[in-house]
Design a protein around this ligand. Sequence first.
Ligand code: COA
Length: 347
Amino acid sequence: MTSLLPIRAAITGVHGYVPDYVLDNAELSRMVDTSDTWITERTGIKERRILKGEGLGTSHMAAEAVRGLMRKTGTKPADVDLLICATVTPDFVHPCTANLICDMVGIRNIGSFDVQAACSGFIYALAVARQFVAAGTCRKVIVVGADKMSSIVDYTDRATCVIFGDGAAAVLLEPSRDGTGIMDIILRSDGSGAKYLHQPAGGSRMPASAETVAKRLHSVYQEGAAVYKFAVAGMSEVTREIMARNNLRPDMIDWVVPHQANRRIIETTAEKLGLPMDKVMINIHKYGNTTAATIPLCLWDYEDKLKVGDRMLLAAFGGGFTWGGAYLTWAYDGAAAAGKGNGAGAV
Ligand code: COA
């Protein structure tokens, strides 16, 4: 008998990649005037990964994640209908990184494009991908969140360089008719927040010049305290709204998957919403803020704990400002799948 449930896009696989090089707080303390105590107390970060190697960009990490995802899920290049990459550190201004990833993993002749919504990029890309699957246009869509933040971080600015790291993770989306999958997504933006968090030079407003390089204007500019305040407000608002419109009480949620910007932002948001921390995925201590990669890297790290039907809330906030939330029910046995790939394991 045909199911009467609507077609939903469900995550049916996840895989991540982080570079081998570990930049820990001790090494950072030798580079700028900071300390392990300051970084740990203010952010919760102990170490982050850095992509080393001449000519390696974001696409390198994303392609590793996508290769692993395809291996784990038994997906062949010819099976993939669409690939979307969320990133704020594309290899080039153009062409987009998604095109390069497809070429690197042997996927040909499909639509592929980037989505740029800074730290909310993964939720934005998921929202786009979901429409293709739910509409029946695509059967297998890969969404990858990837950022080489070390390429736009000023390692003389102690207020920003301690926060960011490099990484990538990808999910496979497929149609689901069993009630699992993405139930709801909310996207928000406010361009007036650009002044608090942006990369001043390298775009059409201020193209690269000897002066922009000398003044370090190709790096992240951030007013940390202001961003902190907006991040807590935005993540709380969007999570509260998605819970209200889906009739979800805190006790009905199995997992919260927050963007990993700062452990204190996550804790404050969870407390405001009455969501206990043992349901909140955290891996910021290992990777720092990997921008578009944080949420899928959390799913990868926690995959072996995830059960069919687990109710999950995703929430992110980032440059733009952009923010967003998603509500989904998990579609597969995470422990069985994690056993098939080199999952990140314990968090
Ligand atoms: N080590 C030691 N001291 C540092 C430091 C570091 N790495 N970075 C900044 N400081 C100093 C500042 O210079 C300032 O010193 P002063 O009081 O003598 O002027 C002091 O610490 C407090 O600075 P402040 O910026 O108010 O600290 P904070 O408690 O707000 O923490 C952040 C700074 C960046 C960790 C915090 O604001 C934050 O996480 N903001 C959100 C950032 C974020 O999430 N960005 C990504 C968006 S998704």
